[in-house]
Design a protein around this ligand. Structure first.
Ligand code: NDP
Length: 447
């Protein structure tokens, strides 16, 4: 089996030589899905996985815009349309200086499996730009978003490809992008999700990824007869996903003691309660400040510069910042400190050595493509509401989100439960996602 997997990876490496993140994501899937393919006659000889690692389409484009000083800046824009076997391409846009083809292809590949897991009819895609929103004025953000959309609008549509937010793309950016799409195409349509609630957005969409990550942790704990009550949780990041993971975990009885950004993390041993979280939300979303400012407001907390929060003792860790933010050593520190639940809010936050350590220790480890799928699932619910031209209540959307997270958990058990009772959530998520997409691809022939 190892030879079949390494032969497959050799093929993928030749074609994608300078794309380490993409190769990392493919290898994790290949290791679990290839043994399944080998044991299931219908997939044999169809090169299904080889077809799935090749994007249906990659779009790259120039994004010129004028800054506040009148200087012309040129950024690069991308959209990866990875797989449309089960529905229109769907996946976020990331604006961050580190964005490149490798990162977006890994995200688009993960998205294919994640979207299949949600039970909703959505294919997978991802896009973005190496534009850095930090330190830019609202006008600069608007000019960049308008330029970006003036090209992207040719390639997307409510039945073709429906982008959403990701790192650096929140409600403000979605508004500017939507405005330009509407102008270019002269249609008011559900082409983006994460819209404002007065112009087609869904209640709970901003909260959905973070809430879903916590619901998934709750599902894993409940399976063991346990709950979040009185658990100590560490969260990384202080953006959209981290904020709502912190909110829901606190509501369900856990004490969240850390949050972070790319400068370092804060440790508040008394817990980041609702009032403190409101301060963080205002700091990050309105004043666009740094997490270090937390300790000026709450002097009992500490700011640890340049580090990630994984050396803080906890029961539950929720990485909600970015890819590869837990390495093998940090995973061992988490385990040595008694952490026994990892629910990933970010995409691929754990390096392969960290995943191996979590699995060897047989803790409850949920990969992002399962545990953070609540965001895209609720985007799917936003698309449904747009098509129906109605708005569901907060309760209705939250109930659907909970049900979807619980269904994803069940799918992971179906394909990931081992004879000794241990649930391999990585294998479960990968195979469940694969089966749905692969079966659709088989039905549609070689296209
Ligand atoms: P935001 O831009 O709202 O927040 C990102 C947070 O992560 C910020 O605190 C940021 O700090 C920190 N961060 C970003 N890059 C790095 C880095 N290289 N090192 C350390 N910290 C970093 O993004 P989101 O909350 O939307 O996204 C967070 C993660 O969740 C991403 O992996 C994303 O792909 C994933 N995700 C998001 C979904 C969504 O609905 N938004 C859906 C599913 C997954 P700083 O301000 O210093 O940059």
């Amino acid at each position: 089996m190892e030879k079949v997997i390494s032969d497959f990876m050799d093929l993928v490496k030749v074609r994608n030589q300078h794309e380490p993140e993409f190769l990392q994501a493919v290898e994790e899937v290949a290791e679990t899905v290839i043994p399944y393919i080998v044991n299931h006659e219908i997939y044999k000889g169809k090169n299904i996985l080889l077809r799935m690692v090749e994007p249906e389409r990659v779009i790259m484009f120039r994004v010129p815009w004028v800054d506040d000083k009148g200087e012309i800046i040129v950024n690069r824009g991308y959209r990866i349309q990875m797989n449309s076997a089960i529905g229109p391409y769907k996946g976020g846009l990331r604006f961050h200086p580190t964005v490149n083809l490798s990162i977006l292809k890994f995200l688009a590949f993960e998205q294919v499996f994640k979207n299949a897991l949600t039970t909703l009819p959505m294919g997978g895609g991802k896009g973005g730009s190496d534009f850095d929103p930090k330190g830019k004025s609202d006008d600069e953000i608007m000019r960049f978003c308008h330029s970006f959309m003036s090209e992207l609008s040719r390639h997307i549509g409510s039945n073709t490809d429906v982008p959403a937010g990701d790192i650096g793309v929140g409600g403000r950016e979605i508004g500017f992008l939507f405005g330009m799409y509407k102008k270019m195409r002269n249609e008011f349509t559900g082409v983006l999700t994460g819209k404002g609630t007065t112009w087609g957005g869904s209640l709970i969409r901003p909260e959905a990824t973070g809430y879903g990550t916590v619901y998934f942790a709750q599902n894993m704990l409940e399976k063991r007869g346990d709950s979040l009550k009185d658990k100590i949780a560490t969260v990384s990041g202080s953006g959209n996903v981290a904020q709502y993971a912190c909110e829901k975990a606190t509501q369900l009885g856990a004490k969240v003691v850390t949050m972070s950004d790319s400068s370092g993390y804060i440790y508040d041993k008394e817990g980041i309660d609702a009032d403190k979280l409101a301060f963080v939300m205002d700091l990050k979303n309105n004043r666009r400040g740094r997490i270090s400012e937390y300790v000026e407001m709450y002097p009992n907390a500490k700011f640890i510069s340049g580090n990630r929060p994984w050396d803080v003792k906890c029961d539950i860790a929720m990485p909600c910042a970015t890819q590869n933010e837990i390495n093998g050593d940090e995973a061992k520190t988490l385990l040595n400190n008694g952490c026994f639940v990892i629910s990933e809010g970010a995409n691929m936050p754990s390096e392969p050595e960290a995943i191996m350590a979590f699995q060897a220790a047989k803790i409850l480890y949920a990969p992002g493509k399962a545990s953070n799928a609540g965001g895209v699932a609720t985007s799917g619910l936003e698309m449904s509401q747009n098509s129906l031209r109605i708005n569901w209540t907060r309760e209705e959307v939250d109930t659907r989100l909970k049900k979807i997270m619980s269904d994803i958990h069940d799918s992971c058990i179906k394909f990931g439960k081992e004879e000794n009772g241990y649930i391999d959530y990585v294998r479960g998520a990968n195979i469940a996602g694969f089966v749905k997409v692969a079966d659709a691809m088989l039905a549609q022939g070689v296209v």
